[in-house]
Design a protein around this ligand. Sequence first.
Ligand code: SF4
Length: 463
Amino acid sequence: MSTLSESSPLRVDLELVKKYNVPGPRYTSYPPATRFAEETPKELLLKKILENNETRRPLSLYFHLPFCQSLCWFCGCTTVITTKQEASHGYLDILDKELAWMGKHLNPERKVVQLHFGGGTPTFLLPDEIRYLGRMIRDRFALDSKLEASVEIDPRWLTQDHITALGEAGFNRASLGVQDHNPEVQKAVHRIQPYEQTKAAIDWIRAAGFKSLNIDLIYGLPLQTPASFEKTIEDILLLNPDRFAVFNYAHVPWIKPAQKSLKEEKRPNAEVKLEMLKLTIEKLTGAGFDYIGMDHFARNEDELTVAQRNKTLQRNFQGYSTCGDADIYGFGMSSISQTPDIYWQNLKELPAYTSALNAGQWPVAKGYVLTKDDKVRRQTIMRLMCDLSFDYAQLSNEMGLDFPGYFKRELESLSDMEADGLIQRDAGKLEVTEIGRLLIRNIAMRFDAYVEGEQERRYSKTI
Ligand code: SF4
């Protein structure tokens, strides 16, 4: 097993781990989804959607396909666990109703530049159902010729025809769930996925000519050690993916009861988790990947890497993205949508979501209208999570305000982080150090107007 040398820029002492290992949002949105409220008037949300349509900004479409054959005990997604294949057929009918409902409010001339199938397991759908959904989308929207279409894939019940169908539906990017490749860890989290299954899926994806292949891994699972996780990374590197997303396991058993099976004494502690993250960074950057934002890795010529270099990288509900000027319209139970002014989220339970659409209603559950201050903080936190630096003059210019004056209190509050080596700064700029990057959520929390007093029992821990 590799260990970090005394001189490694990623060495973190235990005191820092203790100080900064607190619950905090992941900032895939600001304010985080925990702020969305049922009380937000639907009429107001709809008025904002109609105004948004006047802009004719490009669209990014998200489809939540919630079904999974079996529950992975670490899972934090909104899922419906079933072995009844016919469930997906009925769901497509309901999705069609939602598309028709929202279609009445969407300008058909808006170009779709991004499409994402997430879940759940999108490949729970039969290949012909994937083809059908692809046609439903093409019939209703104007897809851009440079469409980025990505899909989350679970190799375990996959056939080559699923991949063929995804290719026919226009998908050109795939993200494969692996999480951990060690058989003991897989058993402990109730997700058995032999290496051969992962390899077969990758071979089919490559043969179908997909442009990009991402692998999802998770650190912090039971029985994982730095050595076992390093082996997982080495094995997956042999399969030559284009990107990695390496997520910190989010332990939130009060929201996801199945996580109670993942006992604390079996899981690596915060210090070991940090060690795993540091090893991951050294291993993947050593293998030619660039470290993107807080949890992604991509090849030097990858569009994510280019966007990070050009400071145009974006963070949204699907992680990091290059499509900054597109509005996200989500379809399916629990999906979240986002325009510059509002967020809204669909009903999270399948029966309620289905009933609403069968009754001809908008299946929205919650919403949020951003204030001017929210927008300033959203942009600030987004730039921090993507660029890992602030150029005060540039941000002042972009946001039309005096950035250091607006955030005087927040910037002053960072003195301890500066002393701890998380940031470096001078009169005109702030830069996050290599150590600070491991704790980027903690730095972002200083710019969050809502997080104080809300952390416990809402968010997972930052390390
Ligand atoms: S991790 Fe993926 S496959 Fe497993 S239950 Fe969650 S959504 Fe389904």
